[in-house]
Design a protein around this ligand. Structure first.
Ligand code: ATP
Ligand code: IPE
Length: 283
């Protein structure tokens, strides 16, 4: 599958949308079922879909506890042994989630197959050094729906790192011709300020200029309200996708289970009141 090969929609199931982030290894089953039904609708319409999901409460706790993203090379031998166990526990937890995601998709009639990056992707100081796209391409060509997830990976500098689902999506977008990326989250879209803050309003459309400026100011949660969401990081990934594709790949942020999520995934445009689209200015 070369650069011109078409993927209609990459759907990211955010960790906050399919898991209870504060409760260890707890699934939001109803939300996952809604997402699986939506993917089934897309597949039935003949759309080529790739699913990427985060770790949520499956993975983050272990990753944090064992400092997987800080690496292990600098540690004394006995701590390195501990770190390896933490690496395995993180991988086990996130693959447990991926099993549940693929299980729910298959139950809904989607031919989903999990592809774990842990043993095939590598980073160098956190940046992707080796990606493994071929198995994903092969699955797509045979009519399957690949399910890829954020994972722990080997890092050629620091020993280990966390590869996020958002980074995987950026990589996929640079290999394939992707019509749209849809981030499914637990809120209605991107707000001008954290949604729980009084007076915050939903942004239906965000324009990105070639020098990465946005047409609106967006308040992040950490300073104003005590929320640990990484929405700014997600926005940076979205901006990269829009700019790297020269505006050919718009990015949607929608609530899981919403009408806007359905419109964004199936039609590539939103007519209902919720949801946000990021696109290149003047496009
Ligand atoms: P990931 O897969 O990277 O974990 P996610 O889909 O789980 O992504 P978060 O990174 O947790 O999503 O981001 C979503 C959260 O960001 C929401 O729960 C929301 O409360 C918070 N948030 C903070 N500021 C904003 C904002 N300006 N607009 C939208 N959401 C915001
Ligand atoms: C995180 O991936 C992977 C691990 C912690 C193992 P993501 O960054 O894509 O996960 P979420 O969506 O934030 O939970």
């Amino acid at each position: 599958m070369g650069e011109s090969t078409q993927v209609d929609v990459i759907i990211k199931l955010g960790g906050s949308s399919i898991t209870e982030k504060e409760q260890l290894e707890t699934l939001k089953l109803e939300s996952l079922r809604q997402a699986a039904a939506l993917v089934h609708t897309c597949v039935r319409q003949g759309l080529v879909c790739v699913i990427v999901h985060g770790a949520g409460s499956f993975g983050h706790h272990h990753a944090k506890k064992f400092g997987i993203n800080d690496g292990s090379s600098h540690l004394p031998p006995e701590s390195q042994a501990q770190s390896r166990i933490g690496f395995c526990q993180t991988h086990l937890a996130v693959t447990k989630l991926s099993h549940l995601v693929s299980d729910c998709l298959v139950e809904n009639g989607v031919p989903a197959v999990t592809v774990s990056p842990c043993s095939t992707w590598k980073t160098r100081n956190g940046a992707v050094e080796t990606s493994c796209i071929q198995p994903i391409s092969d699955l797509v060509l045979q009519g399957f729906v690949p399910v890829i997830h954020g994972d722990c990976v080997l890092d050629s500098c620091k020993g280990s790192a966390i590869l996020s689902g958002d980074t995987i999506i950026k990589c996929l977008c640079s290999h394939y011709s992707v019509s749209r990326v849809v981030f499914l989250t637990d809120v209605d879209g991107v707000y001008n300020n954290p949604p729980e803050c009084e007076g915050s309003t939903l942004l239906s459309c965000i324009s990105v200029s070639p020098n990465r400026h946005l047409n609106v100011d967006i308040g992040t949660s950490k300073n104003e309200c005590d929320v640990t969401g990484g929405i700014m990081l997600k926005l940076q990934s979205a901006i990269d996708i829009v700019l790297n594709s020269k505006g050919l790949t718009p990015v949607f942020v929608c609530k899981i289970g919403s009408e806007s999520a359905k419109e964004a995934c199936c039609d590539g445009k939103i007519t209902s009141k919720s949801g946000t689209v990021l696109h290149l200015e003047n496009s």
